[in-house]
Design a protein around this ligand. Sequence first.
Ligand code: GLC
Length: 799
Amino acid sequence: MILNTELEYKGNLFPSKIVSYKKDVDTLYFTSENDVVLQVTVERDSVLRFRFTTTSIFENDFSYAISQYASKGFNHLEVTEDDENYIITTSKLICHISKLDMRTSIFDAKDKTLISQDELGFHWEESYEYGGNIVKMSKSTLDGESYYGLGDKPVHNNLKGKRFENWVTDSYAFGRDTDPIYKTIPFYIGLHHKKAYGIFFDNTFRSFFDFCHERRNIASFWAQGGEMNYYFIYGPQMSDVVSNYTDLTGKPQDLPPLWALGYHQCKWSYYPESKVKEVAKTFRDLKIPCDAIYLDIDYMEGFRCFTWNKEHFPNPKKMVKELADDGFKTIAIIDPGIKIDKDYSVYQEGLEKDYFCKRADGPYMKGKVWPGECYFPDFTNPEVREWWADLFKELIEDIGVKGVWNDMNEPAVMDVPGKTFPNDVRHNYDGNNCSHRKAHNIYGMQMARATYHGLKKFSYPKRPFVITRAAYSGTQRYSSTWTGDNVATWEHLSIANAQAQRMCLSGFSFVGSDIGGFAEQPNGELYTRWIQLGIFHPFCRTHSSGDHGDQEPYAFDSNVTNIVRKFIEIRYQLLPYLYTAFWRYAKEGIPILKSLVLFDQEDTHSHYRNDEFVFGEKILVCPILEPNAKGRRMYFPTGNWYSFWNTEIVKGGEEKWVDADIDSLPIYIKEGAIIPKYPIQQYVGEKVIDELKLDVYFKLGKEKSQVYEDAHDGYDYKKGRYSLRNFSLVGKKDSLTIQQYKSGKFITEYNTFEINLHGVPFKITKIMVDNEAFDMNKLNIKENKFIVSKEFTDIKIMS
Ligand code: GLC
């Protein structure tokens, strides 16, 4: 008899032939001879979920990523079989499951073309070390297929040819191609033959994606534990893939307060109080709009969360109030590490209540962060999250802090290999006890979630604002995010552009970078170019580490200050436009920034473009990413585009040189667009908005635009107190018609629109407003401007 005491490596294992099939309403089960079960759930006509077990039993079905509000339901489901396959048909998809080996092929139900096909399909390796399996999937790449998505990866938009790892990592001064970094968003989009689909691999273990890097026509993904559990999301429009993925993993639960879309100023660190006030005052003196100012770790007493350094901040409540009186919202950082200090109440309470993470054999998870040795709350325990939320009472309700910044929540641990917890650390995982291998990627997300609930509770009746560094799919429900510790280099400016676009493609639109760079110091030119990009990112904040000099808009020379001011003012003017884009994102999951491939997937030129993007629905932006530039070449998508600066018209569908000296940036408006603008304000709410400007860009043909408004804070909008204006524009060679349809119960403060017409190709001789002749003496002929009641339903402008 041979005794085999050595590790038995069996290599890759595969499902064998299907021996039974069962259907339970929307879920189908296919069982193989070797006890593999494939569960296919029809979530929607275009969304199928695939889940495999190799032991015939599934583990508890639990996910932090999937939103409880995800839409479910479909119009059609039919399951048939032929000699080779089981065939699942919905109104959008046809899925074949091979009886021989469980491999799947998915076709478009309309034209029957192949969308995605397993290569080896599901296979696995047994993990002797940890138990369970290393679960794997491989799919064939179809002709001309490109790949996009995966969250914050600092790489070219198109992921083809690359391999990636997902393991949330503190990555100070990361660079192009550094992998992994702060976020894990295991969702990618495939695009071929002008059709797009998405795959969301909802597995929180360390996972990997390979897009034709290892083998030429193969895309594969695998994880070091857990289940092969993925969602297939069909478009064919990429924007539908993204919005369905966002529906599945959740949209922001609340709109941000409008001020959160203003400009934010941050530094590590502004202290003492006099410094904070000096910065705030300088903004006001120089008339640079700003809504938020940040307190980094030095506001605390020895970096103990929920404390104040009384020497530097003797009366935080008074300071926060004075800042608020001047329009500044104070945002404070809160990290996960709780200092080991027997006299510190948060530590005492955490210990008493047994809320800190522990190692496998019982000791606490001890790690060094800013305060020195710390213990870490187990945010995967619902009771801990509630406790954590309640810790914000004083900071928010009493002191009046308006937003919280969660950092180091990868979780980051200093001076140890791997820069985080060891694998054996135990987590509650909402009752599904597990090790850090499984909980690592969602730790930061659960911290942001607990923080969000605290802010929501104590900011009431106002809306919460949270920003987090670490994230997993679904974190967009609770928080905004930034791209972490970047560097003040030109390369990082382009990385910031790629990351913000990619995050938006990955369902997480409320994103921005540290403007100017966190590490090292930008010169005035780099800072200016970064602001010019940053004002088009949904989250717009300058941040820098303290030891590299000053990085406020006024810290360079007066020329920089003036240009930066001009661009921040543009952001403030565009707030109603950005807010409308945010509302569309929160309502329909439509990304706020659209990479060109998402904007126009039909145009193959867009498949490899990186720099240009569409901000909202109608504004094309192309950052300047090199020093000493007087302009650059950029690609214009099909259609006509108006220069934002001089309304010159550019015909799209090709690459062109565009001028952009240091005080300018290539910004173009889609023809037919109606762009709403507020007056320049130093902060949101400074002025009563007594008129809404509408910039109308003529088009021969039709175009629709929207303007969403509400009270800009609070929750009344959820009860119907919002104002949604739907505009439709029809341009002909001798007339221009604008129609408005308004819904919602909110009454805006202003009563009139100032209509600014651009590009009207004829001389205006007559204007009819709701069938009545407009007094032509009131038309500013030179600028083609006039004022009308906000209640109009139909304006006809004629030659
Ligand atoms: C981390 C953050 C950075 C912050 C610093 C100090 O490096 O990423 O934004 O300023 O910690 O809190």
